[in-house]
Design a protein around this ligand. Structure first.
Ligand code: BGC
Ligand code: BGC
Length: 675
């Protein structure tokens, strides 16, 4: 009867039972206590004299009920217990398989409720473009997440999984989400409060689909625009990147005063756990080649690439994702000094470290050449959760073998699991594992679209305005007879959003999500009497033979992501240059560059009247027209150096060979026109 003795300490359980079963059981309970007391004294039989057999049976039933209830009191499930106590209680109940399961993140395409329960999977994620259905509604997402979650909750210990998605510029995989400008544009705003609000909005849109975890923000410091991920970076300047970590309290909520340094914080059901990435030096690779080697001194690494992490940890970031890149020849995924030594021991980061996609495999080249070596190197270095993402049984088997054979010490597994559980407890996942559709209407919320439109306005940089300073072309008049809109990027929602939108590599056209193209925005803005002619790539004759008052030409890069964006020449892709010449030779023109980075502009500059860098503005193209037509003024200042020629690269502000076309911090202004 030791259970019974123990039970007497658990007032809460008793009270709950009383509420449920009422008076009859109070009687039963007092007898139970008596029985248990007596049994300790081995005096059970004499005390029972006087009860009929059915009565005894009933009493026994009551006792069993109470004992069963006492077994369901699990300290780790009690939100009144401190997180540390809950972690400890849960850890001591967990088997090795359950622990390794927590350290496993799989992709949606291989996840089923059965897989969740059979392997105790800790996390599921959507890769770029992986959705439960094309143009999935929030309800479809919710049903999917909840059904996988039920698989996790059906296990012995019922540890909830956490679902993670990419959200580097809003909820990028989700149909109808608000897509904000990519970071390269947000850096221009120099407005951390705006970036924080974008974090708040993004968290709500992600939570609309029941997802509690995002892989964002990217705090890469892109030092070479030839890098295919340069648009995911706020700036070449570490100070700007550091200030933009305000995205984190936006996503996760404000850290309460007096919180312990490095402890993750997520403020409940309208917030999400964030993931600062990619640790560390991803933006500093040689020639801007993705996943390449970052050759730099420790001092350089610490002063350029590290400040964003120091500030993210200070702001309570829940997780940090590793970089595919190397530092001075050593793969970051295997860098114990920087993961365990610096991040965990020195910075006191208490959240968890996530690998990147097949990041362990890529420790060797070719990838997956020696998977046991990779697992050992990555886990020993301090990675806590592995984005496997497909072949999870191989990972689980290899890691299990290594723990059983003392290749990886149990203490390392315990450290990883403790961190993962800490994040899950802190974010309230145990209390609210299953969400409802209460936030569903937050996806694409008009207020978020307004916020994105504001961000677009503030991210534009005016680089040239008129052939001479006393004859500015901008702001453009709304009322005139006829204007021309041209260029591959004028009426292409996919192009203006860039990579990581709906699909991994982004898309072309206007059909895959909801938003406003630049052309639509212009039409919305000009006077009703102004005729807008749109021709994507007009001939010189066509332009000459029409009497346009002026032309707006939007050209730039097609979408790309990761290594597909690496580019050693950075020229405007065809037919961009010929569109510029055909139009600008015949009529006054403003050229809008829609691209993830500065492109070679010097040869074209003299032939165009006005030049605007719009970066990758996202779904709210209206922000472009707001400023072009003077409803708002241009305020953006370059957060990247605009080079003259690629042979100057890398070239960043402060470099001895600095000789840019437009320097870091440059940006002309206009005065708004009062209507
Ligand atoms: C990227 C990460 C991303 C992950 C999941 C990786 O290839 O480097 O930024 O979060 O895929 O989509
Ligand atoms: C996935 C991305 C991932 C990439 C990494 C793609 O297939 O969709 O999420 O970042 O692979 O190579």
């Amino acid at each position: 009867m030791s259970n019974g003795v123990k039970l007497r300490g658990h007032n809460m359980t008793k009270n709950r039972l009383w509420d449920k079963l009422g008076k009859g059981l109070t009687f039963c309970h007092s007898n139970y206590l008596e029985i248990s007391k007596l049994s300790e004294q081995k005096l059970l039989i004499p005390k029972m004299v006087g009860f009929s057999i059915p009565m005894l049976g009933f009493l026994l039933f009551c006792c069993l009920a109470v004992v069963a209830e006492s077994a369901t009191y699990l300290k780790y499930k009690d939100p009144k217990q401190p997180v540390g106590v809950r972690i400890k209680d849960l850890m001591k109940r967990m088997s090795l398989a359950e622990k390794i399961g927590q350290m496993t993140q799989i992709e949606l395409s291989v996840a089923t409720p059965d897989v969740m329960s059979k392997y105790f999977i800790g996390s599921v994620m959507s890769g770029g473009g992986t959705v439960p259905a094309p143009k999935a509604t929030p309800q479809t997402w919710i049903n999917m997440v909840n059904s996988l979650q039920k698989g996790s909750l059906s296990t012995r210990l019922g540890i909830p999984m956490m679902y993670g998605v990419d959200a580097v510029h809003g909820y990028s995989n989700a149909y109808n989400a608000t897509i904000f400008p990519h970071n390269v544009g947000l850096g221009v705003t120099r407005d951390p409060q705006l970036i924080k609000k974008i974090g708040v909005a993004t968290a709500l849109e992600v939570r609309a689909t029941c997802v509690p975890y995002v892989f964002a923000p990217s705090i890469a410091v892109c030092r070479d625009p030839r890098w295919g991920r340069c648009y995911e970076s706020f700036s070449e300047d570490p100070k700007i990147v550091e200030s933009m970590t305000e995205m984190i309290p936006g996503l996760q909520g404000d850290l309460p005063a007096n919180s312990t340094k490095g402890v993750p914080f997520v403020a409940g059901k309208k917030k999400v756990a964030a993931c600062a990435m990619h640790y560390v030096g991803d933006g500093g690779t040689t020639n801007g080649i993705n996943e390449n080697d970052t050759v730099i001194s420790l001092e350089g690494l610490m002063s350029i690439h590290m400040p964003g992490y120091v500030s993210s940890v200070r702001k309570g970031v829940a997780t940090i994702m590793m970089s595919f890149s190397s530092w001075n020849g050593k793969k970051m995924h295997a860098n114990r000094d920087l993961i365990t030594g610096f991040l965990k021991n020195k910075l006191k980061f208490k959240g968890f470290v996530l690998s990147d996609w097949e990041g362990l495999d890529r420790i060797t080249s070719p990838p997956h050449a020696n998977y046991s070596f990779s697992v050992e190197a990555g886990i020993s270095a301090g990675i806590d959760m592995v984005m496997v993402p497909f072949n999870f049984t191989e990972y689980i088997d290899v890691l299990t073998y290594q723990v059983k054979h003392n290749i990886i010490p149990m203490s390392r597994i315990d450290d990883a699991v403790k961190r993962i559980l800490r994040v899950k407890f802190v974010m309230g996942l145990f209390e609210n594992p299953i969400a409802d559709d209460r936030l569903a209407n937050q996806l694409g919320n008009p207020q978020h679209r307004e916020l994105a439109r504001e961000a677009v306005r503030k991210s534009l940089v005016l680089l040239k305005n008129g052939k001479s300073a006393d004859k500015p072309l901008l702001p453009l008049p709304k009322k005139t007879t006829k204007i021309l809109v041209a260029g591959s990027h004028a009426d292409n929602l996919g192009y203006q959003c860039g990579g990581w939108t709906i699909t991994w590599q982004g898309f072309s056209g206007n059909n895959l999500t909801i938003g406003t193209t630049i052309l639509r925005a212009i039409k919305n803005t000009v006077d009703l009497t102004t005729q807008v002619v749109y021709s994507e790539n007009p001939s010189a004759e066509f332009v000459k033979s029409n009497k346009f008052s002026y032309a707006i030409v939007a050209v730039g890069e097609p979408p790309y992501a990761e290594s597909f964006g690496d580019n050693l020449n950075l020229t405007i892709p065809d037919p961009g240059p010929s569109t510029i010449y055909n139009v600008c030779k015949a009529v006054k023109c403003v050229v809008i560059v829609v691209a993830g980075r500065p492109l070679v502009m010097q040869p074209h500059l003299s032939s165009i009247d006005a030049l605007v860098a719009a970066w990758l503005p996202g779904t709210e193209g209206q922000g472009v027209a707001d400023v072009l037509f003077g409803d708002y003024e241009f305020t953006g200042k370059l957060a990247r150096t605009w080079f003259k020629r690629v042979d100057q690269l890398p070239m960043n502000v402060g470099d001895p060979h600095y000789d840019p076309l437009f320097s870091f911090g440059f940006g002309l202004t206009t005065k708004p026109i009062k209507a």
